[in-house]
Ligand binder design. Structure first.
Ligand SMILES: CC(C)(COP(=O)(O)OP(=O)(O)OC[C@H]1O[C@@H](n2cnc3c(N)ncnc32)[C@H](O)[C@@H]1OP(=O)(O)O)[C@@H](O)C(=O)NCCC(=O)NCCS
Length: 175
């Protein structure tokens, strides 16, 4: 399967919601991670699409801004979804690889995900609870994972994950 990973195009948005409904089901918005996203837009420069040669959307990956213990900005990976007929062809991994590389390039320091450990461990994710983070709301503990995009970014950090406070404008990523 030939595909390209690109920044999400405005025309992709209309295809993403139906793909998420198909892959995660209509109940998806009741999940704990949706409470962190509720009312907030995905990080503008961290929205990616897997695109077929003819331009069709095959997969989506978006990241949301979050906040750790009111001490540090971070990002939440997902939702990640690939068209059912094309799952298992490497599209999901290519989206994650590209998305994490872009996040690093943009200065993001910490990435959190709720997902299958076997899928995310190869990217360096490790158990977030053991790292001292708390996800408000029900979650299967082994699915709650974190990745330091910058080595040592979690040093001295711990506590609950909150929705990002983006009201004040640009998020501060350094310092
Ligand atoms: C999960 C998903 C995004 C992966 O994308 P993909 O393009 O199918 O995956 P890739 O081809 O990159 O990788 C395939 C590998 O992922 C594994 N995998 C696929 N879905 C998985 C899941 N829900 N949990 C754990 N592993 C999974 C496959 O077993 C395969 O492993 P292998 O290479 O050892 O055989 C895609 O299958 C999907 O949209 N699933 C439905 C939505 C969903 O469950 N999302 C959960 C994200 S945590």
């Amino acid at each position: 399967m030939t595909f390209q990973i690109l920044a999400e195009r405005p025309s992709d948005a209309a295809h993403i919601e139906p793909l998420l409904d198909l892959t995660f089901g209509l109940e998806r918005e009741q999940k704990t991670v949706y409470a962190l996203r509720d009312g907030l837009a995905p990080a503008p420069e961290l929205r990616f699409a897997a695109i077929a040669p003819g331009g069709r959307l095959l997969g989506t990956l978006r990241f949301w801004p979050i906040d750790i213990a009111r001490q540090a900005p971070a990002i939440l990976l997902g939702p990640l979804a690939v068209e059912p007929a094309l799952q298992g062809a490497g599209i999901g991994r290519a989206l994650v690889r590209h998305g994490l590389a872009e996040a690093r390039r943009l200065g993001e320091r910490i990435c959190v995900v709720v997902g299958a450990p076997s899928y995310y461990e190869p990217f360096g994710f490790a158990n977030a609870g053991l790292a001292g983070l708390i996800l408000p709301g029900p979650v299967e503990p082994e699915r709650f994972q974190v990745l330091e995009l910058v080595p040592g970014a979690l040093d001295g950090l711990g506590g609950p994950i909150h929705r990002a406070d983006v009201a004040g404008g640009r998020r501060r990523l350094t310092g």
